[in-house]
Design a protein around this ligand. Structure first.
Ligand code: BTN
Length: 336
């Protein structure tokens, strides 16, 4: 039986209000009863509660469990290309590093790598990224665009918007973006992103880009974070009091990302997504400090332009377009 069949059986069970008979599963997947029985047992071992009643068949009892596995992820996806190939690891170094390896080996546009634990997770600016087991959603998507390399930095903003939208939908509270791509809830960080681009050997075209995101989902208390980030980090659970299913959240992020990416491709800038992005942008109209290596300054955030740059109005009225690669921006009060 194929791996996709296992995911499809899960989808079928999840979407059936009633029992699904063994015969129905055999006919549908063109396999023997023993093969069906084996898959049901594997699913049970993975933590699913499946009732088997003789004469009626199988029924999935949806519980509070938060199972993250290749079948669970595949069984929920309804996208065209985002997640068309899924790698899942209980533990890995970094999903970005894995995704680059798979892209290098020829895996298609939309391939995703998801891990429960990363023991060498990478943050921006060479920092490390802590991934707590069983509680975070850490994933990377491979994209193979044919646009010019200078457009690539906007992809992180496309992912930031997608995560903000998905989290807002799932959590029922507005998730905000700390420009360019941290996601915050109640002004504390719940998600960071890392985009890495690989060029063709001739260095004139993009070969592939990997966009990785780490979302703090079910962390119970700030004590679980490393000391240095306790003041600024939080999780969906801490902020909403609710335990969330990470596979459902991933499904929502990928749905949004696929849609937003296609909108982005139409104009190759953020002109169409700008409004939605700004609805989630933290601190428009508020004071920000731009930590520019060439000289720091303070101004008022006026949102982003169509290239995703932050517009900062200085005291003398001059408007500066801040490019994300060079500088970081802080609110005057605290982290955002
Ligand atoms: C940051 O805010 O510094 C960026 C953090 C990015 C973390 C994610 S988790 C999934 C992917 N794999 C990595 O090694 N890093 C990114």
């Amino acid at each position: 039986m194929k791996k996709t069949d296992k995911a499809d059986i899960l989808t079928l069970l999840r979407n059936s209000a009633d029992y699904v008979s063994g015969q129905q599963l055999c006919d549908r997947f063109q396999v023997t009863r023993t093969a069906v029985w084996k898959v049901i047992n594997q699913l049970k071992e993975e933590g699913y509660q499946i009732e088997s009643v003789s004469g009626r068949g199988y029924r999935l009892v949806e519980g509070p469990e938060d199972i993250l596995s290749q079948s669970e992820i595949m069984s929920r996806l309804s996208t065209k290309w985002a997640g068309q190939k899924v790698y899942y690891f209980d533990e890995t170094g970094s999903t970005n590093t894995d995704a680059k390896r798979f892209a290098e080996a020829g895996d298609p546009h939309g391939t995703i790598v998801v891990a429960d634990i990363q023991n060498a997770g990478k943050g921006r600016r060479g920092r490390s990224w802590q991934t707590l087991s069983g509680t975070a959603l850490s994933f990377t998507i491979v994209v193979r665009p044919d646009f010019a390399p200078e457009k690539a930095s906007m992809l992180t903003l496309v992912m930031a918007l997608s995560v903000a939208e998905a989290v807002s939908e799932e959590a029922g509270v507005p998730a905000m973006i700390k420009w360019p791509n941290d996601i915050v809830l109640n002004k504390k960080k719940i998600c960071g992103m890392l985009t890495e681009m690989t060029m063709t050997p001739e260095m004139d075209e993009i070969q592939y880009i990997v966009v990785g995101a780490g979302i703090n989902v079910n962390i119970n208390s700030v004590e679980e974070f490393q000391e240095e980030i306790r003041r600024t980090a939080t999780s969906l659970k801490i902020e909403t009091g609710r335990h969330m299913n990470r596979a459902v959240l991933l499904e929502k992020v990928l749905n949004r990302f696929e849609k937003n990416y296609e909108v982005f491709l139409e104009t190759l800038d953020l002109s169409v997504l700008q409004g939605a992005y700004q609805e989630h942008l933290q601190g428009i109209g508020g004071e920000v400090r731009v930590l520019d290596p060439a000289g720091e300054y303070t101004g008022i955030s006026r949102g982003i332009n169509s290239r995703g740059e932050l517009i900062v109005e200085k005291e003398d009225g001059e408007r500066v377009q801040v490019y994300a690669g060079e500088v970081s921006v802080r609110g005057l009060y605290g982290y955002v």
